[in-house]
Write a protein that binds this ligand. Structure first.
Ligand SMILES: *Cc1c(COP(=O)(O)O)cnc(C)c1O
Length: 372
C-alpha cells in the first residue's frame, strides 16, 4: 500500500544527500555528543563565523528558526506595538507571524508580475507615520529589487530586514543577499538550500552594536553577567545542528551548482509547453533556485498529471496571508492585492533538490511536455 502512494519522484528528500555524505554527518554528530557541550558552544560559534564569512558580513547570530531570526531582528530594532512593517503577502505565514510576534502590524505591497517579489512602486501609498521597516522576501531564491527598496528606505528613514529564508546563494549586484539590509535573516529548515536535520536560523549583520543586541536578545537579554539588561527571548541554534550545517556549508557550492543545472534542464525541456517559467535574473544577479516555480492558468490539470505519474509537487503558496482567517482583522478583502492573488492561484513548484537525478528531471519534463 505504502509503495503505491509514495511518490516515484519526491518533491524533496534529504536522504540521498545523507547517504552520500553519511561519514561526514555521522562524525560531526558524534563529535558534538562526545564534547559535553550541546548549547552555544564551539560548533555554533564556528558555524556563525563560517556562514557570515561565506555571505560576506561580519557577524552571525544563530537562532532556532528563520521565523525567529525575523522576529529577533525586528525586536533588536525596537519595533513593537503599533509600529508598521511593510512586506509581501505571497510568502506564506512566517514573515507575518514574525511581525505579529513583536506586536507590530504588517502592511502589504503587491508583487511584480512574473517574478513575484515585492513591487517597490507600492511602497509610497503604504507609508504612514508608524512605518518603521521594510521586510522584502527573496522569494523562491529570486532577489527582490533591493536598489529601489533601499533607496526608498533611506529616503524615509526606515530599516530594511531581508528575508533570505529561500535565498541562500542568491546574489544582487554580485553580492550575496542578506548583506544589503540592516539585518539579513536565513532559515535552515530542512528543505531550504542550506538545511539542518531539524530547525535553525541565523541573523547576519555588519553592525557590531546590532550584533551585540541580537546576541543578548536571543538569550533572555543577558549580558556576560547573566543579568537581563533588555527583555529578551530564548531562541538558540544548537550544537548538533550547527555541526551538521558546517558539513553542508562545505558542500554548498556544489549543491547550488546542481540546483542551477536542474533549473536549466527544466527551462530547456519545458520551453515549448506554454507553462510560465521563472524568468532569468538580470545581469549581475544570481537566482538561488530554492524552488522552480511554474505559473499556469491550468494548475489543476498540471497537478493531476503529476499526481498520475507519482511526481511530487508543491504550491508556494496557495493562500495569500491577507486572506487567511487569522489575519481577517487586517481588513483586506479579496482583490486588495490582485497580482499576489493571481500568483497564489497559478503557481506550482516542481521537484528541485541537489540529489534529484537528471533522469528524474527528464521524467518530470516528459510528464508535462504535452500540458497546455
Ligand atoms: C521557511 C521560510 C521562513 C521561516 O523559516 P523557518 O525556519 O521555517 O521558521 C521565513 N520566510 C520564508 C519566505 C520562508 O520560506
Amino acid at each position: 500500500m505504502a509503495e503505491a502512494t509514495r511518490p516515484a519522484i519526491p518533491f524533496f528528500d534529504y536522504r540521498p544527500e545523507y547517504r552520500r555524505l553519511k561519514g561526514e554527518f555521522d562524525a560531526a554528530i558524534a563529535r558534538v555528543l562526545a564534547s559535553g557541550r550541546l548549547i552555544l558552544g564551539p560548533e555554533v560559534r564556528a558555524f556563525e563565523d563560517e556562514f557570515a564569512q561565506f555571505v560576506g558580513v561580519s557577524h552571525g547570530i544563530g537562532v532556532n528558526s528563520g521565523t525567529d531570526a525575523l522576529a529577533l531582528a525586528l525586536r533588536s530594532l525596537d519595533i513593537g506595538h503599533g509600529d508598521e512593517v511593510i512586506t509581501v503577502a505571497n510568502a506564506g505565514a512566517p514573515p507575518v507571524a514574525a511581525i505579529r510576534s513583536v506586536g507590530a502590524v504588517p502592511r502589504f505591497t503587491d508583487v511584480l508580475d512574473g517574478t513575484w517579489v515585492m513591487d517597490p512602486g507600492g511602497l509610497d501609498t503604504l507609508l504612514t507615520d508608524r512605518t518603521r521597516c521594510i521586510l522584502p522576501v527573496h522569494l523562491y531564491g529570486r532577489p527582490a529589487p533591493l536598489g529601489a527598496i533601499l533607496a526608498f528606505a533611506e529616503r524615509h528613514g526606515l530599516a530594511v530586514v531581508e528575508d533570505c529564508a529561500q535565498a541562500h546563494g542568491a546574489r544582487y549586484d554580485e553580492r550575496h543577499v542578506g548583506t544589503f539590509g540592516r539585518i539579513g535573516c536565513f532559515s535552515f529548515y530542512p528543505t531550504k538550500n542550506l538545511g539542518a536535520f531539524g530547525d535553525g536560523g541565523i541573523c547576519l549583520t555588519d553592525d557590531p552594536a546590532t550584533a551585540d543586541r541580537l546576541r543578548a536578545l536571543r538569550m533572555y537579554g543577558f549580558g556576560q553577567d547573566r543579568h537581563a539588561h533588555v527583555e529578551g527571548v530564548n531562541t538558540r541554534l544548537d550544537e548538533v545542528q550547527a555541526a551538521i550545517l558546517r558539513v553542508k556549508l562545505a558542500h554548498f557550492d556544489e549543491s547550488q551548482k546542481r540546483r542551477h543545472e536542474i533549473a536549466a534542464r527544466y527551462r530547456q525541456g519545458l520551453a515549448s509547453t506554454g507553462l510560465g517559467l521563472p524568468p532569468d535574473c538580470p545581469e549581475g544577479q544570481t537566482h538561488g533556485y530554492h524552488l522552480f516555480v511554474l505559473s499556469t492558468t491550468s494548475r489543476e490539470d498540471t497537478a493531476r498529471r503529476l499526481e498520475a505519474a507519482r511526481i511530487g509537487y508543491g504550491i508556494h503558496y496557495e493562500n495569500p496571508v491577507h486572506r487567511m482567517e487569522a489575519y481577517s482583522f487586517l481588513g483586506l478583502p479579496g482583490g486588495s492585492l490582485p497580482v499576489t492573488e493571481t500568483a497564489c492561484a497559478s503557481v506550482l513548484s516542481l521537484p528541485l533538490f541537489p540529489d534529484l537525478s537528471a533522469a528524474d528531471v527528464d521524467s518530470v519534463i516528459d510528464c508535462l511536455a504535452s500540458v497546455r
